[in-house]
Design a protein around this ligand. Structure first.
Ligand code: GDP
Length: 302
């Protein structure tokens, strides 16, 4: 329901598709497809995906496979769903067998990293997983405090930097060591809200990755990139950059309860082949849900 209401603007932009398809006839195909492509572009699907979807539809219409407006609409939904499912791959957390599993959350400032980490801790704890948090956002003074609030709210233990000079890689390394010694199942690591253009911060992320791998070989198990679902197509260059530098294994799409601009996620999944694993639908502990591609597509194309 929250996702459905969050996508009201996207649905408004795409409503024209229903009108077009209601009166579709074969002779009208080119004009209809042109307007359909325009509607997808306006809804942040990006040029590559929009053209790809329309070309597939054109082929299927002209070859006689799609014979009515409703068949075209279903084919459109199916192609978006396939892009999300097939291109993305596994949507559940891959935590491996070694303890502790390490999950690092990355993304630009304000996207919802710390909040998502807190909500993820709550989710895992409710599944009986023993969770330790690591406050790796050592650049923003309030970030550790914010994560401490989440630790308290979710009843989790947390490792924070002791002293101003302690940097993220050593906080993460310390947390994973503690996780190993004290039998934690998962260590959830926050990182700073680095601007993707700030290279030294990107280097630090690489150092974080190496630091945890030194303690548990094969770690981190997941590097989750948090993307603000209200940002639109700007998330694509962000995702590219993070993926190039650290190798992202999954996406968390936040703020889908707000005025979400969902089309962009299809571009990210298609281009980078990274699955959406969770969506954020609010600021409460329960507001992180596993990604449901079908619910997502139905919220965009009812
Ligand atoms: P960070 O800088 O990436 O760690 O971002 P924060 O976790 O501090 O989140 C930034 C703001 O977005 C905070 O006010 C959060 O409460 C809010 N926020 C995060 N996720 C969601 C979400 O899914 N829905 C809504 N409505 N707000 C969110």
């Amino acid at each position: 329901e929250k996702i459905f209401s969050g996508f009201s603007k996207t649905r408004e932009n795409l409503a024209v598709i229903d009108e077009l398809l209601l009166y579709w006839n074969l002779a009208d195909t080119e004009r209809v497809l042109e307007e359909l492509e325009e509607a997808l572009l306006v809804s942040d699907f990006g040029p590559k995906i929009s053209v790809k979807i329309v070309e597939t539809l054109r082929y299927d219409i002209l070859s006689g496979k799609l014979k009515s407006g409703s068949e075209i609409k279903e084919a459109l939904k199916r192609s978006v769903l396939n892009l999300l499912i097939v291109k993305g791959g596994k949507t559940d957390l891959q935590l491996g067998f070694k303890k502790p599993a390490v999950v690092i959350v990355v993304g630009v400032n304000g996207g919802g990293k710390t909040t998502s980490l807190g909500k993820l801790a709550w989710r895992l704890k409710n599944e009986g997983v023993k969770v330790l948090m690591a406050a790796g956002d050592t650049y923003r003074a309030a970030a550790s405090e914010q994560l401490e609030v989440w630790a308290e709210r979710t009843g989790s233990e947390i490792v924070v930097a002791e002293g101003d000079k302690v940097k993220a890689p050593s906080v993460l390394s310390q947390a994973v060591k503690r996780g190993k010694e004290e039998g934690y199942d998962v260590v959830l690591c926050d990182t700073s809200g680095r601007l993707h253009t700030n290279y030294s911060l990107m280097e630090e992320l690489v150092a974080c990755k190496k630091a945890v791998a030194k303690v548990v070989s094969g770690a981190p198990n997941e590097i989750l990139l948090v993307l603000d679902g209200t940002t639109g197509l700007n998330v694509l260059p962000q995702a590219r950059e993070f993926n190039d530098v650290v190798g992202v294994t999954g996406l968390i799409l936040t703020k889908l309860d707000g005025s979400a601009r969902g089309g962009c996620v299809v571009s990210v999944v298609d281009e980078l082949g990274i699955p959406v694993k969770f969506v954020g639908v609010g600021e409460g502990v329960d507001d992180l849900q596993p990604f449901d591609a079908e619910a997502f597509v139905n919220a965009i194309f009812p």
